[in-house]
Design a protein around this ligand. Structure first.
Ligand code: PGA
Length: 256
């Protein structure tokens, strides 16, 4: 089912007490806001907070927990890694995979990301697969090609059944944490293109049911105009997800 989703990517923020406080505040403030089965709100804290956050959101309809990454390995001697299977055992429902910060700082390429996606899917965790171009790529007009190859390399190896349990987040890198947002027209144009690629590969039915999120300086002030676009099914929120009031305002912008 095509869901309307807001996911909060906390990145490397919040200590233990702060993560508990933020989760509790969000849980309180979204009461009565998530009106239908087709809404989902996902909190993606740092790995070590996952267990606490899962416990805190238990019983809150439509509130789920995601990780910010998962290992490309299943198990074994891989110091520091956390597998999809371990995450699943903590009731993690989603995993952000291929965020531009992982691609940039940790040199994760299409090959690595496709293996992470495979691990997540194998453990019944829904990948939130991120794609998006750099500023110079947009300026040179290659943004569609870049996004297409990111999806082909990292995600489109999945079967039709597997892709149905995935979400794509389009995050133009030049808009992440910069305060510079893609205009609704720019975002809609790319989201339509992405849905078209899903349709080309997996057919119309899959494409129509697929959720494509926007990320990059999405805030209470601009969320509604973005989410109102035909092919934008919600947002992946960084900075504004660290404040409960802002985050809940963004959730409200999903509408009913
Ligand atoms: P931002 O980050 O909302 O702070 O721009 C979005 C993201 O990186 O997912």
């Amino acid at each position: 089912m095509r869901k309307k989703i807001v996911a909060g990517n906390w990145k490397l923020n919040k200590n233990k007490a702060e993560s508990i406080e933020l989760t509790s505040e969000i849980k309180e403030k979204i009461k009565g806001v998530l009106s239908t089965d087709s809404h989902e709100v996902i909190l993606c804290p740092p790995f070590v907070h996952i267990s606490n956050v899962v416990d805190l959101v238990k019983g809150s309809e439509g509130l789920k927990v995601g990780s910010q990454d998962c290992s490309l390995f299943e198990q074994g001697a891989y110091t520091g890694e956390v597998s999809a299977e371990i995450l699943k055992s903590y009731n993690v429902s989603y995993a952000i995979i291929g965020h531009s910060e992982r691609r940039n700082y940790f040199k994760e390429d299409g090959n690595v990301l496709s293996q992470k996606v495979t691990q997540a899917v194998k453990s019944q965790i829904t990948p939130i697969f991120c794609c998006g171009e750099l500023l110079n790529e947009r300026e040179s007009g290659s943004h569609f090609d870049i996004v297409q190859s990111q999806l082909e390399e990292g995600l489109f190896h999945l079967s039709e059944t597997e892709i149905k349990n995935c979400v794509i987040a389009y995050e133009p890198v030049w808009a992440i944490g910069t305060g510079k947002t893609a205009t609704p027209d720019e975002a809609q144009e790319m989201h339509k293109f992405i849905r078209g690629l899903v349709e080309l590969k997996y057919g119309q039915e899959v494409a129509n049911e697929f959720s494509v999120l926007y990320g990059g300086s999405c805030k209470p002030g601009n969320a509604k105009s973005l989410f109102n676009c035909l092919d934008i099914d919600g947002g992946l929120i960084g900075g504004a997800s660290l404040n409960a009031d802002d985050f809940v305002e963004i959730i409200k912008a999903l509408g009913s």
